[in-house]
Design a protein around this ligand. Sequence first.
Ligand SMILES: [Zn+2]
Length: 372
Amino acid sequence: MLKKILIAVMILFVATSTAQAAQKAWSPELRIGLQSGVKKVTLNFSAPCVMIDASNKRQLSKIPALKNFVVDFSELEASAIEFRPKEILLQNLFVTIDGKKFSGGVRLNKVNGSLTVINLVPLEEYLRGVVSKEMSPSFPIEALKAQTIAARSFAMKNRKRHDKDGFDLCSTTHCQMYDGALTFDATDKAIDETRGEVLMFNGKIADANFHTDSGGMTENVGEVWGTAAPYLIAVKEILKLGEPWTLKFTAKDFSSRFGEGFGDVRSINLSKLTIGQSAIDRSSSGRVKSAQIIGSSKTVNLTGADLRRKFSLPSTLFDMRLDGGLIIFTGYGSGHGVGMSQTGAKSYALEGWSYEKILAHYYQGATLKKVY
Ligand SMILES: [Zn+2]
């Protein structure tokens, strides 16, 4: 008899601990804008849900689990509806939206004759769909942890960035790439082991910008977007990173991008690049602030950012010269250069740096804090 009770207790214990293992912990809820201009959307939830009128929280209907539920804009009366789980917590719910899997619930806003589709997702679950898109899961764990903290801080700091659109953040590179419920052992480990950790500066969450490759030196945020921040200053890389890139354009192709009245390119005025050395036309890291291009009929002055866009250059850390019939760009790095370099984070992690040390290098004076 005793043996039977003992076995029953053991089964119960195993059953509860398995159930508990599947339960995820709370984290702040984010509204991620996925798509706008949608007329019809098909949802399928992993557990029973309720459809709520978002304006007065009134329950409109019950949605069974694992059944396709189609929302047609023309049949929807409420101006915004939300789908939330009935019996479980939001962090344990999954939904497929037109066949694609996401964590959390859904909100649909009626906007200008169509629907905006929003994923209601707890921050830690959101990060699973961000970190592996922003950095390869094959990168070393300390680099993935640094990336996780940068992405978590960015999301918390920039929450409500799209408030006028009816959500917090979009799912593109404008905010951060987000691709739904993704799971990789390495990124899941980086997220779980840094749970709730963010970068702080002066008692506030830091705006943890990041980019692909600094090319040798990061950039002062003030020289890129105008507003300076003491923790986003230009820092020299300690390791030698990456190879220079070269892009060549024929004089004809080059000139044609300046419009009809420009004529043919005659000369270029831009000082020579030395990484870490400023000049009248270069920032403190050496990135191009401005360049003058003289054509046979017109002279144009462009910023480094203008040139980067016009010629799809990887960065603004470049030299530009006219050589025979060619215009040759030679540069370093990729991206805006502000905050953490992902290539740098990988190199430092391979050198044995911890994520704390990597973050301290790129976000000078910022500290780490576990906020939940
Ligand atoms: Zn955005």
